[in-house]
Every structure is written in structure tokens, then in C-alpha cells.
Design a protein around this ligand. Structure first.
Ligand SMILES: NC(=O)C1=CN([C@@H]2O[C@H](COP(=O)(O)OP(=O)(O)OC[C@H]3O[C@@H](n4cnc5c(N)ncnc54)[C@H](OP(=O)(O)O)[C@@H]3O)[C@@H](O)[C@H]2O)C=CC1
Ligand SMILES: N[C@@H](CC=O)C(=O)O
Length: 333
């Protein structure tokens, strides 16, 4: 084994819905991932809050678990943050970037609120900061906006960006489920944030549209800039009225450029909207996400798929881990 092929040390911060799925997929696909990276990925530790909690981590040595995430940062090639919240995640990732580690996160609140600062630090240290899973989970859209469409002029983005509220609205609209039962079911499926008001009040969708807007237009967009309304105030009356006219209520996040391509001004909003039944966003089922991106040259592009849940989100996280690990291998030669 050459120096370039020696194991890439991956520190996993968090083993909840997403983190546990990442650990499982990393173990299950070890040889495949090694062949794609050019070196094996070695899980160097897994940080959790409660060591006594039972976990579904078959094949993962228990000795890797620690309740001291800070101990995993130094010495890691890639740090994967799946804890959620602003602190201690922000402090840990700052330390990881300062130490020269590649960083991967699915934490949309952290990226929406502190992403500009972390990206500046990553650029200064010449390391990667990847967060594909932070927007639309499994649906590849961050990289599309940041890279694939970098030569085009994006004019408009509209999306169903929150899987749990879409699940709830879909269950109420199509299955006649009560609002309360649908919320419970979304929680059981692992779609809801630790604080479900983030989903229900549109805060989660707001963070995601802020991230996309910044990536699309390269201008500072803050959470406070989002005109935001959630779904918690909806009643049977709203659903009955929409159904009676063949419409469907969805929580839609929108961002549009109102200035020129050279001097863009950006507007962002999240609100429940009644859509015609055949609108692509209206056709989004269960925990799915759909994003429509309008551009000057490519026209309207549509992306759809699983927008929440452990295994789909882990797929996007692992894509970022492979990209980060490839950079580590490239930097060794
Ligand atoms: N769930 C989803 O569908 C999606 C989630 N995300 C994002 O992914 C991230 C993780 O989400 P999810 O897996 O659902 O969250 P969970 O709440 O299920 O898991 C969080 C994990 O982090 C650990 N943790 C939290 N705080 C600390 C701490 N201070 N020290 C050590 N460990 C800690 C928890 O430990 P313990 O297990 O002991 O409690 C747990 O293992 C969040 O940022 C979320 O927004 C993004 C896309 C989809
Ligand atoms: N709570 C979020 C999880 C994924 O980002 C959602 O429901 O979309």
C-alpha cells in the first residue's frame, strides 16, 4: 500500500437518524467506496450524546462510540457533522477546518446561519466544506446550483424543500388523515427535526432556500430575509376549500432574482400555497421534495426524490464524503 492509499480517517459526529445510516452504509459499502476513492475509508470514531442509548449499528465496533466529539477532530481527514443545532457543531467544525480537515455536514441551520463564515475559513485553509444533504436530502441540487449551472443565469427557484410538512399535507389531503396523526407518523419515519416547529413553521425550508439562493446568486441572504409562514395555522376549512376546487396545498419555498445578473437582488419566501392539481410541485408525494430551477439558457429544470429520512439523506452525505476523501488522496500525491 502506498502512502496515497493509506486509510482515510472519517470522524462521525452524531449517530441519530442520519448518522447511524451513514455508519451502516459506510460499513456495508466499504470495498466499493474504497475503489471509488482510491483508499479505504476508516471510521475513526462516532460521537453521541448518550452512550447508553441502544443503536442499530450492526458490525460497527462499540468501542468507536464516544460522548466527547472534540476528541475526534484532531487526526481526522474528514469530519462528518450530523448532530444538528448551531453549537457545539459550529465550534467543532471551525476547529476541524482550522486543523485542515475536510468537512461534510447535513446541518442546514448551521450552513444558513454561519455558512458564509465557515466557507471563508474553508477557502482560507484550502479544504472542502460540503453540504449536499442540507438541502432536499437525497436530491442532488446544491452541487447542481453551485457547479453544473455556474455558467448559466438562474432566474427563479421554487421547491417543496421540507419532507415532513409535505408528508403531513399529503396524508391530510389524499388519505384524509388528521393533522395530528400525520404529524405523529412523520415523526416515526424520522422526517421531523429534533424541534418539530422548525418544520411546521417553515424554518427548515427557509434555511434550505437561503442556502440555494446564496449558491445561485452569490449574494448574502439571511434567515431574516425570508418572508416566512408555516403550516401550523392551516385548518380543515383550508383543505376542504382547496379540494373543492381541484387544488392542493403545499408549503412552497421560492427564491428569485430581481436585479440584473451582474448586480443581483434576491427575494426569498416560504409559505403555504394552493396549487393546481397537475402542477409539478403539487404532484410531490409523501416525504418527497421537488425543485424547479429556471435558467436563462437551460430553461426549466426539475429535480425530485426523497427529501428526508435516514437512508436517503445518508446517500447524499456519503457522496460528499467520497468527494472529500478524493481530495485527501489527491493532496497526498
Ligand atoms: N432526519 C432527516 O431526514 C434529515 C436530517 N438532516 C440534518 O441532519 C442532522 C442530523 O439529523 P438527525 O440524524 O435527524 O438528528 P438526530 O437527532 O436523530 O441525531 C443527532 C445525533 O447527534 C448526537 N448529538 C447531538 N448533540 C450532541 C452533542 N452535543 N454531543 C455529541 N453528540 C450529539 C445525538 O446523540 P444521541 O443519539 O446520544 O442523542 C444523535 O446521535 C441535522 O442537522 C438535520 O437537520 C438533513 C436532512 C434530512
Ligand atoms: N425535517 C426535514 C428533514 C430533512 O431535511 C424535512 O422534513 O425535510
Amino acid at each position: 500500500m502506498t502512502q496515497a492509499q493509506s486509510p482515510i480517517r472519517v470522524a462521525l459526529l452524531g449517530a441519530g437518524t442520519v448518522g447511524a445510516a451513514v455508519a451502516r452504509q459506510l460499513y456495508a459499502r466499504g470495498p466499493l467506496l474504497a475503489s471509488r476513492v482510491g483508499a479505504p475509508l476508516e471510521l475513526s470514531g462516532i460521537a453521541v450524546r448518550d452512550l447508553s442509548r441502544p443503536r442499530d449499528l450492526p458490525g460497527v465496533p462499540e468501542a468507536l462510540l464516544t460522548d466527547r466529539p472534540e476528541d475526534l477532530i484532531d487526526g481526522a481527514d474528514v469530519v462528518v457533522e450530523l448532530m444538528g443545532g448551531i453549537e457545539p457543531a459550529h465550534g467543532l467544525l471551525t476547529r476541524a477546518l482550522e486543523g485542515g480537515a475536510q468537512v461534510v455536514t447535513a446541518n442546514k441551520q448551521l450552513i444558513a446561519q454561519r455558512g458564509a463564515e465557515l466557507e471563508a475559513l474553508a477557502a482560507e485553509r484550502r479544504v472542502g466544506l460540503d453540504y449536499e444533504a442540507a438541502v432536499a436530502a437525497a436530491v442532488p441540487v446544491v452541487r447542481v446550483v453551485r457547479e453544473s449551472l455556474a455558467g448559466d443565469d438562474i432566474t427563479w427557484i421554487a421547491g417543496i424543500l421540507n419532507g415532513s410538512t409535505n408528508f403531513i399535507l399529503d396524508m391530510v389531503a389524499r388519505q384524509g388523515m388528521s393533522f395530528e396523526d400525520a404529524k405523529d407518523r412523520a415523526g416515526e419515519l424520522g422526517f421531523l427535526e429534533a424541534d418539530p416547529t422548525e418544520d411546521l413553521e417553515g424554518i427548515d425550508a427557509a434555511a434550505k432556500i437561503v442556502i440555494l439562493a446564496r449558491a445561485a446568486w452569490g449574494v448574502p441572504v439571511r434567515m431574516e430575509d425570508v418572508q416566512r409562514e408555516g403550516i401550523s395555522q392551516l385548518t380543515d376549512h383550508h383543505f376542504d376549500t382547496a379540494r373543492g376546487t381541484g387544488q392542493v396545498i403545499k408549503l412552497v419555498a421560492t427564491a428569485w432574482r430581481s436585479g440584473t445578473p451582474e448586480s443581483p437582488k434576491v427575494e426569498v419566501a416560504v409559505r403555504p400555497v394552493s396549487l393546481a392539481g397537475d402542477d409539478p410541485l403539487a404532484l410531490t408525494r409523501e416525504g418527497g421534495n421537488t425543485i424547479v430551477i429556471e435558467t436563462a439558457s437551460a430553461g426549466a429544470l426539475r429535480f425530485a426524490g426523497a427529501g428526508a429520512g435516514g437512508e436517503p439523506t445518508a446517500s447524499a452525505v456519503l457522496g460528499d464524503v467520497v468527494a472529500a476523501a478524493r481530495r485527501v488522496v489527491a493532496g497526498r500525491s
